[in-house]
Design a protein around this ligand. Structure first.
Ligand code: MLT
Length: 252
């Protein structure tokens, strides 16, 4: 499936994959800075941010969509940066479309699969969203996405992105995340430059867990952003963008 995206800039192609329950607009706070050095393509994953929806939205299907959309854009290879669910998709890209991945940035994400309890929780959440709409996703996720110190403007922006999504797309993504396999064995196969970024106050994918991921990837860099919660690119946009551009500048 071809995805809706926002693209600008020139230089090393950089694909940005958003988290749940958001859209490509998650990267708005980073866009201006990143496009100074990169051809930035922020994708709206299937069923979210206005991209076409489908009954099923596994991380593998989302990765196939990203590869297809890159192909349509004539981008053979790109640095792939995914936040949280976007990180699950980035790892699925590494599994299925390795030739397209020139570097990996994994932000506030995890490699393990859901436990049986978490899977059941996803299904219950999906049903609740189908019944109650995106407001249910906002109510459940808002307390976990940002640190207590996040400014009200950021909070309102995140809420507006959640509300702009449709229940169908949100439910499919929840079921897709619940079905994702354990990607831990993939980590040691990563042989492209890898950068891991984590908000120091992230309670979903904690610094401790992300340090563990970094330890399994040969030569990976790990950067913690002080004060930021799960959506570290939104809470510390300057530091996040500078970390990425610095990482790629060093390797240019
Ligand atoms: C996300 O931010 O994408 C989600 O919190 C990931 C998840 O629920 O596993």
């Amino acid at each position: 499936m071809r995805l809706l995206f926002k693209a600008a800039g020139e230089g090393l192609p950089l694909v940005l994959l958003h988290g749940f329950p958001l859209s490509a607009a998650q990267w708005d706070p980073n866009f201006a800075r990143l496009r100074e050095r990169h051809l930035v393509v922020a994708m709206n994953l299937r069923g979210l941010g206005g991209s076409p929806a489908a009954e099923s939205a596994t991380m593998e299907e989302m990765a196939d969509d990203v590869a297809e959309t890159l192909g349509a854009l004539g981008i053979a290879r790109a640095a792939v940066c995914g936040c949280s669910m976007g990180g699950y998709v980035a790892l699925a890209m590494w599994k299925r479309h390795r030739e397209r991945v020139g570097a990996l940035v994994l932000a506030d994400t995890r490699a393990v699969a859901d436990s049986p309890e978490q899977k059941a929780g996803r299904e219950e959440f999906a049903r609740a969203v189908l019944e109650g709409g995106p407001a249910v996703a906002a109510e459940r996720m808002m307390p976990k996405l940002l640190s207590a110190a996040a400014p009200e403007g950021t909070r309102e922006f995140v809420r507006s992105l959640i509300h702009a999504n449709r229940a169908q797309g949100l439910a499919a993504a929840l079921r897709g995340m619940g079905a994702r396999p354990d990607s831990t064995p993939l980590l040691e196969t990563i042989d492209v430059p890898a950068l891991l970024v984590c908000g120091a106050k992230d309670t979903i994918s904690t610094p401790e867990e992300m340090r563990g991921l970094a330890a399994r990837i040969r030569g990976a860099s790990y950067v913690e952003l002080p004060g930021a919660g799960h959506l570290s690119n939104m809470e510390a946009p300057g530091a996040f963008s500078d970390t990425l551009t610095g990482f790629f500048k060093e390797r240019a």
